[in-house]
Write a protein that binds this ligand. Structure first.
Ligand SMILES: [Zn+2]
Length: 211
């Protein structure tokens, strides 16, 4: 029988499923699969700092996205600049309640939850505080994360737009660009650090926590 600790030292190649033994790597080095050269894991001492910087940028761009005009619509010659908030009001005034609820969840609640819990998590991991809260945040993110922000954003915005297109001429605003920027950052963050790497880092920083 292999015990749990020995199991922790093994890593399976995502591509060819060969089992490898984990060794500690020097900083900035990557471990490759001996069979297919896929990256198995990497050692980056600054991964928390780097990811934190990216998440901070994403948070700022998300705040901008909520402040400025997302679309300018033209209804019967009358131009109206809408922020996320006023766009929501227009959707509700048009009695598109389901779209409205989706819009609030997908454009406001999900992105804020993802970005700001990442921000809190990484900051606490950086200063090596709050082992339980960080563990809770990791679990929360594991649940919310599969909702990719890209899908969320485009589906809900598309639905909102289609509903608005019925009667309006639409021009995209600063907020739209800020949303796109947040999405690009989100893709980079997801590529840069996997959930499992964060979990590993958590164990590395706080040790194993029993509850
Ligand atoms: Zn392989």
């Amino acid at each position: 029988m292999i015990n749990e600790q020995e199991l922790d030292n093994l890593i399976i190649c995502k591509k060819c499923h060969t089992l490898h033994e984990k060794i500690s790597l020097p900083n900035k080095k990557k471990a490759l699969c001996t069979k297919c050269n896929v990256v198995l894991y990497q050692e980056d001492k600054n991964i928390i700092d780097k990811t934190l910087a990216l998440v901070l940028a994403a948070a700022i761009s998300l705040i901008i996205a909520y402040q400025y005009t997302i679309v300018t619509i033209n209804i019967q010659g009358l131009e109206k600049s809408l922020t996320v908030g006023s766009l929501f009001m227009v959707i509700m005034e048009n009695e598109q309640y389901i779209v409205g609820v989706m819009f609030i969840f997908l454009i406001v609640i999900f992105p804020i939850t993802i970005i700001f819990s990442m921000l809190t998590l990484l900051y606490l991991m950086k200063i090596k505080k709050a082992p339980y809260l960080t563990k809770r945040l990791l679990i929360l993110l594991a649940h919310v994360r599969p909702w990719s922000m890209v899908d969320i954003f485009f589906i809900s915005l598309l639905v909102a737009m289609v509903k608005l297109f019925d009667y309006a001429y639409i021009e995209l605003g600063v907020s739209f660009i800020a949303f796109i920027f947040t999405l690009i950052l989100d893709i980079i963050i997801t590529k840069k650090v996997s959930f499992y790497e964060l979990w590993d880092k958590h164990t590395e920083i706080y040790g194993t926590i029993d509850e």
